[in-house]
Design a protein around this ligand. Structure first.
Ligand code: N01
Length: 526
């Protein structure tokens, strides 16, 4: 179906966690909506990221929607950390359960969205030939998106004659690694998940590592009926805990003070947490931010690498070092370190000897060429601003989002942009997405009820929020390493922090405050 020239109240872009709920919410409010999605089904990041080993590293019981008791009770997760196919099934289930498909167009990548001041409407066009108008546009395009995947600008990259893939847009039919010489470039959360699975069938696997990550064991396992029943009975409490926790995780606060423990006792506890797995591995000490705790934990994790990886030369490369733990995202693994004990798996330190070029046959490190049949780029994304800049978005007076975000991220409360009336944005993880969707829906309801045709933040409000966001990151742990969160994975991208580091609970309070004070910082026009 091509909705040429159809007029909508709202267009939603993207059918991941954010877009699905946004469409539902706006439809509930009686708006005539259309959602465009580039993939051929719901899923968003979980549609595109079907690389081997793709799995969530938040626990399934809270990596989900909380807005519907029915959905919480009807859906049952099978694993502690759900794999991509299960999350994709979940999002399909939700789309069907809420009867959303009839308002979704798949295989339709939005190419442009342009504001017309006279009619106060947006014209949205897709590469599938749609051209529609809407009063509101909500982008639910995610911060780490296939449209903005980061392919490194290594000389000769175009010369390579073998197969290559970026993990962020993995072929639906999969990739056959059987007996092949495979190279994985990138050892962030994604590479760490992909390596053990690729190694199962590859003839030879070479991992090219620039920075060794701090990696915790996932200790994933199937969930029992009893466990799921208990979780379902406790969902109201879990929901409250997610909403009031700094990081949106329904976990208890750390229980121990390192300074009060003997070294043996601290080590015993750390070992216990390691054996339980998940991101809680690092969340046991109240005084976690002191140099003593950091030193203790960093050394504990290095010892773990040395105890798992039998070849001391490989262990030396894989041991996390060179930056403080937490300055880059911590990853969860299943058999990552163990994989390097396989005789056909090697790791190459490309920090020590950088990649010089990519050749017809493979990757050249210093003077050594590694011939490869397949290269997997697990090299991440031009995060947060990249997906916005990949689309032609033009606001009042033709100003381009591409230019606006040239110096780094700018927004008011992460969701609205001066110069772009009625353009609102949702992204993040499910916990923050639910909040943003509800907040945006309330803002739109407020505008509708009061007969406003255009809502937009003031430049002053946007400037202040943007500066506050940067100030929160300055001097933080993240400030002590290069990471996608600081845009430093993309050559030439300004070093500006891309996320809100003030805590999800505080963010909620700030957004409530804006709304309760009559949407302070916004202007409304009739
Ligand atoms: O990407 P990354 P990712 N030469 O940017 C290396 C989310 N996620 O796809 O660290 C050599 O973290 C780069 O090296 P360095 C999660 O939020 C979630 O792994 O820059 N190496 C790094 O090792 C995560 O943070 C889940 O020195 C180069 C890697 O490529 C985010 O996605 C699962 C290079 C990129 O790491 C992104 O993770 C997976 C070059 N020129 C991911 N360029 C969940 O569980 C880059 N690298 C929900």
């Amino acid at each position: 179906m091509t909705d040429t020239n159809e007029e909508f109240d709202a267009v939603v872009i993207g059918a991941g966690f954010a877009g699905i709920y946004m469409l539902h919410k706006l439809r509930e409010q009686g708006l005539k909506c259309r959602l465009f999605e580039a993939g051929d089904g719901p899923g968003g990041a979980w549609y595109w990221n079907r690389y081997p080993g793709a799995r969530c590293d938040s626990e399934s019981y809270f990596y989900c929607y909380f807005f519907s008791d029915e959905i919480l009770q009807e859906w049952t997760w099978s694993e502690r950390f759900p794999a991509q196919p299960e999350i994709e099934r979940y999002l399909n289930f939700v789309a069907d359960r809420l009867d959303l498909r009839k308002d979704m167009s798949f295989g339709a990548r939005v190419s442009s969205t342009v504001y017309d001041e006279a009619s106060r409407r947006w014209t949205v066009e897709t590469d599938a030939g749609h051209k529609v108008t809407a009063r509101y546009v909500v982008t639910a395009i995610g911060g780490l998106t296939s449209t903005a995947s980061n392919l490194p600008n290594i000389p000769g990259i175009g010369d390579y004659k073998g197969e290559w893939y970026h993990t962020g847009h993995w072929p639906k039919d999969g990739v056959d690694f059987t007996g092949k010489r495979v190279g994985v470039l990138g050892t962030g959360s994604t590479g760490i998940q992909a390596v053990p699975v690729i190694a199962q069938t590859a003839g030879h696997l070479t991992v090219f590592q620039r920075t060794p990550a701090y990696i915790m064991p996932a200790k994933n396992h199937p969930l029992t009926e009893e466990y799921n029943a208990e979780i379902k009975a406790n969902y109201p409490t879990i929901r409250d805990n997610v909403r009031t926790h700094w990081g949106g995780q329904p976990y208890d606060a750390p229980a121990y003070t390192f300074a009060e423990l003997s070294l043996d006792e601290a080590t015993r506890l750390q070992e216990e947490y390691w054996n339980n797995g998940g991101l809680r591995v690092i969340q046991l000490f109240k005084d976690a931010r002191t140099p003593e705790v950091r030193e203790f934990q960093e050394e504990f994790f290095r010892r773990k690498v040395r105890s798992i990886v039998k070849d001391p030369a490989k262990a030396e490369i894989l041991e996390p070092k060179g930056y403080p733990m937490g300055a880059k995202r911590i990853a969860l693994d299943t058999n990552y370190y163990e994989t390097f004990n396989l005789p056909h798996v090697d790791v190459v330190d490309v920090r020590k000897t950088p990649i010089t070029r990519i050749t017809e046959k493979g990757i050249m490190v210093g003077e050594t060429e590694y011939p490869l049949d397949i290269i997997v780029f697990a090299t991440g994304y031009d995060a947060v601003t990249g997906p916005f800049r990949a689309m032609d978005i033009r606001g009042r007076g033709g100003i381009r989002m591409y230019d606006k975000l040239d110096d780094g991220p700018r927004s008011y409360v992460g969701m609205a942009f001066a110069g772009f009336p009625n353009l609102l944005a949702v992204s993040g993880v499910p916990a923050s997405i639910e909040h943003d969707v509800e907040w945006i829906a309330a803002l739109i309801e407020h505008a509708e009820k009061n007969g406003y045709k255009a809502v937009e933040p003031t430049q002053e409000a946007e400037d202040a929020w943007t500066e506050e966001t940067q100030a929160k990151a300055a001097g933080s742990l993240f400030d002590q390493a290069d990471s996608w969160q600081y845009g430093s994975n993309v050559p030439g991208k300004p070093r500006r922090f891309l996320l809100w580091l003030g805590g999800l609970n505080v963010f909620r309070e700030r957004c409530d405050e804006v709304a309760n004070e009559g949407y302070k910082g916004f202007t409304f026009a009739r």
